[in-house]
Design a protein around this ligand. Structure first.
Ligand code: FAD
Length: 477
């Protein structure tokens, strides 16, 4: 299917997935702006009509890539205004000590935003376009993508079939669209579960209604093998997320409530009064830790008929706070490519796969790397020294040197280029350090030589079994 700018209104586009998060809802807005007739299908109920939305983490870190995507549909300001800026990591050590690691020399922040608010705003935005129809409780079960035939089951158990010219699959890490796309197509696919699970723990406000910790930080309790983080919410609570190997979760839960308190007393003693003993025991004993998966695939598309986006194309572990940001950026990248190809899906979709898949795969790798940095490296003196060197070089050479975190979080540099730049920069730092190591003795030696040749001085005098400084009389040239 191809089209030029004049016949978009006859193109019927389906977007699968628009509930829990939002890549689908955002993509529906992007397509509506281009003039397509859009049907957004979501397996769940409309989140705006349910009291408590079940699902993944309550809040998320929104950064530059996600903001740029929201900007295009006029939502950036509204969403960031309702978010809480976090300008640094605040590290809680085992003994209760605290220190900060700012994210950016110019004070740029990432924003803690409510998943629910973001989702509601996006759905309302999508609904505001006359050419978008929302269909909740429509779960995709089968698709003949070449014919554009999509089969859904509804909440009443009925089967509904709809036909579309093109289908966008944004139905998450366990995507039904991806399964349908892979049927009979040569699609490379891999997935990796990490041995860790996660569990959310609520930190309530203080008695007088304030935040229990400083709000403008992403709080981290790094404990090498595992960690806890906490992000602030608008209602003055924090959502803590504990990331621990499943084997440890199981061991602690087997030992019952005493095991929970013992585990926290040993590893996160300052978090016990923040969460509250009772709440901690209740949550731990009544909740199952959830898994985290990393998904890579290539290509993302089938002819000019179907394409994957968001977690359906590239789920990643959450340690860089980029899953949603990357998914939102997919919408921008595809939009730019559609502009370039004048809405011709036949040429635009292969380019999208070609450009986006290596970038998303790079981000999946970086997300795995950042888990080691967050739970382990931030504790290390060498890491701190490296960060100081990184920040210094960034200050000295702002146009050519940028620390890894800043490239990922505060820029729109392609993720694959971020990795190659990072590698080059690491080589550069290593070269500088080695040069400094050689240069220091040379500088010291030159200084010493100058002093000893130009004026009264001390000279290093070597005696067998006895190394000592010896005063030598002044020497004239
Ligand atoms: P999803 O959010 O999974 O949405 C898919 C939608 O499709 C759902 O509503 C689902 O109901 C629907 N669906 C599924 N199957 C079907 C079907 N067959 N038919 C119809 N509908 C269907 N990212 C960040 O950028 N920053 C963060 O700070 C961050 N923190 C995270 C913390 C945790 C603990 C986790 C697990 C993830 C985090 N992420 C974060 C990642 C982020 O949550 C995901 O990348 C994002 O939700 C992906 O959005 P999506 O729309 O692609 O998929």
């Amino acid at each position: 299917m191809d089209g030029d700018k004049n016949d978009q209104s006859t193109v019927k586009a389906a977007v699968i997935g628009g509930g829990l998060i939002m890549v689908g809802a955002l993509q529906a807005c992007y397509l509506a702006k281009r003039g397509f007739q859009v049907d957004l299908y979501e397996g769940r109920q409309d989140i705006r009509t349910v009291e408590e939305a079940k699902g993944r983490s309550i809040n998320l870190a929104l950064s530059v890539r996600g903001r740029a995507a929201l900007h295009h549909v006029g939502l950036e300001e509204e969403i960031t205004a309702a978010g809480i800026p976090m300008r640094a990591r605040r590290i809680h050590n085992r003994a209760g000590g605290l220190h900060n690691q700012p994210y950016d020399k110019d004070g740029q922040a990432i924003f803690s935003v409510s998943r629910r608010n973001l989702n509601e705003k996006l759905l309302t935005k999508a609904e505001s376009f006359p050419n978008v129809k929302l269909h909740f409780q429509h779960r995709l079960v089968r698709a003949d993508l070449d014919k554009g035939e999509l089969q859904f089951t509804t909440s009443s158990g009925d089967t509904v079939t709809a036909t579309h010219d093109i289908t966008f699959g944004a139905d998450g890490a366990y995507s039904a669209m991806r399964r349908e796309l892979m049927r009979g197509n040569r699609i490379n696919f891999s997935q990796e579960y990490i041995p860790h699970g996660y569990m959310e723990l609520k930190i309530p406000p203080t008695e007088d209604g304030g935040f229990a910790m400083l709000p403008n930080f992403l709080h981290i309790w790094p404990r090498d093998e595992f960690m806890m983080i906490a992000l602030p919410n608008q209602d003055h609570t924090f959502t803590g997320t504990l990331f621990v190997p499943f084997a440890i979760f199981e061991k602690v839960q087997e030992r019952g409530e005493d095991g929970v308190i013992e585990f926290f007393t040993k590893n996160f003693p300052d978090a016990i009064p923040l969460i509250g003993e009772e709440s901690l025991k209740n949550t731990f004993m009544s909740t199952k830790a959830l898994p985290m998966v990393s998904v890579k695939c290539y290509p993302y598309h089938r002819k000019d008929k179907a394409v994957l986006m968001g977690d359906a194309a590239h789920a990643m572990v959450p340690f860089y706070g980029q899953g949603m940001n990357c998914g939102f950026e997919d919408c921008v990248v595809l939009d730019e490519i559609l502009n370039k190809h004048n809405n011709n899906f036949k040429t635009a979709l292969p380019e999208f796969s070609q450009v986006r898949s290596p970038d998303a795969q790079a981000m999946c790798d970086l997300a795995l790397y950042n888990y080691v940095e967050m739970r382990h490296l931030v504790n290390s003196k060498l890491f701190m020294l490296n960060k100081k060197i990184d920040d210094f070089l960034y200050w000295l050479l702002p146009k050519s040197y940028m620390p890894l975190y800043n490239m990922v979080t505060f820029s729109r540099i392609r993720y694959s280029i971020v990795i190659s730049k990072w590698k080059q920069q690491k080589k550069f730092v290593r070269f500088c350090l080695i040069s400094a190591l050689f240069a220091l003795p040379m500088i010291a030696g030159t200084g010493y030589w100058q002093r000893s040749n130009l004026s009264g001085h001390r000279r290093f005098n070597f005696h067998w079994r006895n190394i000592r400084w010896e005063k030598i009389g002044s020497k004239q040239r």
